[in-house]
Design a protein around this ligand. Structure first.
Ligand code: SF4
Ligand code: SF4
Ligand code: SF4
Ligand code: FES
Length: 932
């Protein structure tokens, strides 16, 4: 249910239309033609009673509570479904209307439990409120007639309860599931008195198609659908607007609080990224913040085989600083480094890189973005001049063709996935390029026009072939290219892409994509008025990740699909603040704002502000730090909110490297896998325990606000400041707003950002500066940030990782909806029960060949290592390709992955690993056969 503080205008904002003026209860109001009478009245300050209408859903007109009188109209029209006309005269209050409304309410209340005082919605119930508004004093029909009061509850969902006895069959939940979420799990079954809400084929919610997004619960005007947390704790006392701590969609929430406990996370109707929607993680999976596993005391140990010793903050910080300085004295200034966190705030990330550059005195700082979207930063900067998405999420509302490459938005970025589904239901065409049949390929009312089911690793060949079709079939926008792009680069690229070896027919044997399908998809993309590309880690986590980003940029420029709403090249960033961690100078070669460390002018600005000399040489990337540790030249590391043992590829290499270090300082909320190799644990803080900002996939900077005190005493930014002070470089900030002020002073794209502005506008998208004081939704309008768009040759070079007789299958990886990354948060919430283990998806043909049955335990081995997973036999896979998720540490998927990486950025090639899978029951035979 929406918060009381949210103004509900009853029906959604209409399409752009000429203004009309109407008179409502004697007051004049001017609104776009087509606006509902209910909305116009609300805008004029007159609240018409309503139950089935809400402004997040299309009007339905079922409850008949919103009747009005309109001059010249017969009867009493429903104001929610009646559009205004110019000069219309409306009355929302009269004796007759009051009588009618009371009559409607009487019918509802005669079949409703009269236990308001003990109802979980008490005080936040629209039915209760409307009974008061219409002045209901008695129910003439009594309460003894036929009713639904004994209907059994559906308590199957771990997140919410459906109590049919409180249902008024307003259909808001059904419409929310359809219109907002796009899952179509609910219907109203039966007729008349027998009408009831059912999930799927009359199944319990937990066993239905429901994905637990909670949109139905939020839309319900009564307590028929209620969060279990609200049933347990009661209604909240206050709310604080903050930003989700999970994925790169960056949904805005109201954390509804009772004391220092969260009662419910209610998506913020005014959130520009999510417009009041959320997914099962952001809405329901916040319990990890207070999980008993949280580390609450600092700990130290001299060696990793010793037990931990709980110590005071002062002792832990002093020990860490002493050790890091000792290492620098013994092994040199460059023997230490740091890893920033994409889970932490911009301000915290900024401080870690500042500590490394100013207090350590080197540039050995890197981020986990290295292992996900570093090719995005490289490729988009080279092509367009800036390392970020070209659009905002709402841009998709203008797209006519949507191309999704190597992303699974309905599971990985669910709220944006819902926006995509909505646009496709409205008529946009969909092209999916993915080895697997991801969910959005076929869903109720959504079907991809083309699914190019390519072989993992063949992205570049496919994008080149699409561009080849565009150029050979005269589908390019040459005017755009002439005006906006470098002529010489384009001519060189044109010569390359026209070569017959890039044709769909030539690449078909390598890609596995039928040439005719590829040609048709290329024509669809290129001939659309607006075509947009959305992509994910299936693009970047390859040895040719950067080449593929450049290939998509080439295609978008060649077809003129850049620089306006509805188009663009749009990375879907993984973690909540992965964009921000890159923006904040987390890479060893870049200061905040993606400015190269070798630029003396840029360095001098930071040197003045920080009062230090900055090393002009780039520092070590994470893989280089690990290599240097094994060489003996890198001995100490400060890791904030990361788990490289689980998240880096070839984890055996990482653990060997960490074992050789003399001081690993880990700042985290849980003892993760990396903690096994740490010497100092500094207890971190969750997103609920601190102030700051996150920057989402669309460059949107949003406030994170503290709703509870840090469990261990300090927010992460405060801990970094303490460590820096102990290292002899004090950083004095009273509040994260001062850190943002410093970022704004030093970073041109953030120059106009301040907490005051964020409070005023809710959020802003960078660049935000004098040229764009309220931020920038669409980039490269009229001109690329880098001047002229740059075409680059994108030669397809197959990965060195090949299948063989011994490893005949390709393993690729991804996420599922209910879990998040390495699972350290979601596994500590109710979501754990929804995906208790990682499974290996395998095509029925491959399974049959190996005698694998659904659910069987498998030995999965690659050239690098082996692990065990259970099988899910699934026609979603293509033969020769297997797939798994990486949410559970015991799966140890990264033991399998290779040490191959993107040529430009070292982003690991997680998406292509040659493996063999053998049922455990047959492992002995298999090993016997393989013995030389
Ligand atoms: S469950 Fe709630 S939203 Fe759904 S029909 Fe019943 S009262 Fe309306
Ligand atoms: S929780 Fe979401 S998916 Fe499930 S029934 Fe409600 S709206 Fe539909
Ligand atoms: S879509 Fe992402 S940001 Fe939004 S609620 Fe879900 S996890 Fe949080
Ligand atoms: S609110 Fe208009 S008919 Fe229900």
């Amino acid at each position: 249910m929406r918060s009381k503080s949210d103004t509900d205008l009853g029906t959604p904002v209409g399409a752009d239309a000429p203004a009309v003026t109407v008179t409502i209860d004697g007051a004049s109001v001017t609104v776009p033609a087509g606006t509902s009478v209910m909305r116009a009245a609300a805008l004029a300050g007159h609240k018409i009673p309503k139950l089935c209408a809400t402004d997040s859903l299309e009007p339905f007109g079922s409850c008949r509570l919103c009747l009005v009188e309109i001059d010249g109209a017969r009867g009493y029209p429903a104001s929610c479904t009646t559009p205004v006309r110019d000069a219309m005269v409306v009355r929302t209050q009269s004796e007759a209307l009051a009588r009618l409304r009371r009559g409607v309410m009487e019918l509802y209340i005669s079949d409703h439990p009269l236990d308001c005082l003990t109802c979980p919605a008490n005080g936040n119930c629209e039915l209760q409120e409307m009974a008061g508004v219409v002045g209901l004093r008695e129910v003439r029909y009594g309460y003894q007639g036929e009713n639904h009061l004994a209907s059994p509850k559906d308590e199957s969902s771990p997140f919410f309860t459906f109590d049919p006895s409180r249902c008024i069959v307003c259909s808001r939940c059904v419409r929310a599931c359809e219109e907002v979420q796009g899952t179509f799990a609910l219907t109203i079954d039966g007729r008349g008195f027998g009408s009831t809400v059912v999930a799927s084929q009359r199944e319990p919610f937990a066993h239905s198609e429901c994905v637990a997004c909670g949109a139905c619960v939020q839309s319900c005007p009564t307590a028929a659908l209620t969060e279990n947390s609200v049933i347990a704790m009661g209604q909240a006392e206050r709310s604080v607007v903050t930003t989700c701590g999970y994925c790169g969609v960056g949904c805005s929430f109201k954390a509804e609080m009772k004391g220092s406990s969260v009662v419910r996370m209610a998506p913020n109707q005014n959130g520009s990224a999510n417009h009041g929607h959320a997914c099962v993680k952001g809405r329901f999976a916040w319990g990890y913040a207070t999980h008993p596993d949280r580390v609450k005391r600092p700990m130290i140990r001299a060696r990793i085989d010793e037990p931990w010793r709980e110590v005071s903050w002062d002792e832990a910080i002093a020990y860490a600083a002493r050790e890091l300085r000792r290492i620098q004295t013994s092994y040199g200034r460059d023997a230490v480094g740091g890893i920033t966190s994409s889970r932490c705030t911009n301000e915290e990330t900024y401080l870690v890189q500042k500590l490394v550059r100013a207090a350590f005195g080197n540039n050995n700082v890197d981020t986990c973005a290295r292992v996900c979207h570093s090719p995005t930063g490289y490729g988009l900067k080279l092509a367009f001049g800036t390392s970020a998405t070209t659009q905002d999420f709402d841009s998709v509302r203008h797209a006519d063709v949507i191309m999704i490459i190597g992303a699974n938005p309905t599971e990985g970025h669910p709220v944006f996935g819902s926006a995509l589904k909505r646009r496709i239901r409205e008529g946009a065409k969909l092209i999916v390029i993915d080895p697997r049949q991801i969910e959005i390929v076929k869903l109720p009312h959504v079907a991809a026009s083309y699914h190019l089911k390519l072989r993992p690793g063949a992205n570049v060949a496919v994008i080149n072939a699409i561009a080849h079709v565009v150029m050979t079939e005269g589908l390019a926008d040459l005017d755009f290219v002439r005006e906006r792009c470098g002529a010489r680069d384009f001519a060189t690229w044109r010569g390359f892409i026209l070569e017959p070896r890039n044709s769909p027919e030539a690449v078909e044997p390598m890609t596995g994509v039928p040439a005719a399908n590829l040609r048709a998809a290329a024509r669809l993309y290129a001939s659309a008025p607006n075509a947009a590309i959305y992509y994910g880690l299936g693009v970047t986590e390859h040895s040719q990740g950067s080449t593929m980003v450049l290939g998509m940029a080439n295609l978008a420029m060649a077809t003129g699909n850049i620089g306006r709403p509805g188009v663009g090249v749009n990375p879907l960033r993984g973690q909540n603040n992965v964009q921000g961690s890159c923006d904040m100078g987390s890479f060893p070669h870049e200061l905040p704002g993606y400015r190269h460390i070798s630029d003396a002018h840029v360095r001098s600005a930071f040197e003045r502000e920080w009062r230090v000399t900055i090393d002009p040489e780039p520092g070590l990337r994470i893989p280089n730090m690990m290599d240097a540790a094994l060489d003996g030249s890198f001995k100490g590391i400060y890791i904030q909110g990361e788990d490289p043992v689980q998240s880096e590829p070839d984890s055996g290499h990482v653990t060997d490297a960490l074992r050789k270090m003399e001081c690993v300082v880990l700042q985290d909320i849980f003892l993760n896998e990396t903690a096994k190799f740490a010497h100092v644990i500094l207890p971190g803080s969750s997103f609920l325990e601190k102030d700051g900002t996150f920057t989402n996939s669309e460059r949107r900077i949003s406030r994170v606000r503290k709703v509870m005190e840090p469990l261990a005493g300090f927010a992460d930014w405060q801990i970094t400041c303490q460590l820096s002070a102990a290292l002899g470089y004090p950083m004095a900030y009273a509040h994260p707003s001062q850190i943002m002020d410093e970022i704004a002073r030093l970073t041109p794209t953030f120059a106009g950002v301040s907490y005051a502005k964020l409070d005023r506008l809710g959020s802003v998208q960078w660049p935000c500066n004098d040229a764009a004081p309220e931020g920038t939704a669409t980039m490269h309008v009229g001109r690329f940030v880098g001047g002229m768009g740059k075409f680059t040759i994108t030669e397809y070079i197959p990965t060195e990782e090949r299948t063989s007789a011994r490893f005949p299958l390709i393993l690729t990886t991804g996420r599922i909806l209910t879990q998040y990354n390495v699972g350290s948060q979601t596994r500590r919430t109710t979501n754990a029960s929804l995906h208790p283990e990682d499974l290996l998806e395998i095509h029925p043909h491959d399974a049959e060949q190996r005698g694998i049955r659904d659910g069987a335990w498998l030995d999965v081995r690659s050239r690098k290592g082996a692990t065990r997973l259970r099988a899910r036999v699934s026609p979603r896979m293509q033969p020769g390709v297997v797939y798994t998720t990486f949410h559970h540490p015991e799966s140890q998927t990264n033991l399998l992955t290779t040490d191959l990486s993107d040529w430009a950025t070292n982003c690991p090639e997680y998406k292509v690993t040659a493996v063999e899978v053998v049922p455990l029951a047959k492992l002995e035979d298999y090993e016997h056969e393989r013995r030389p």
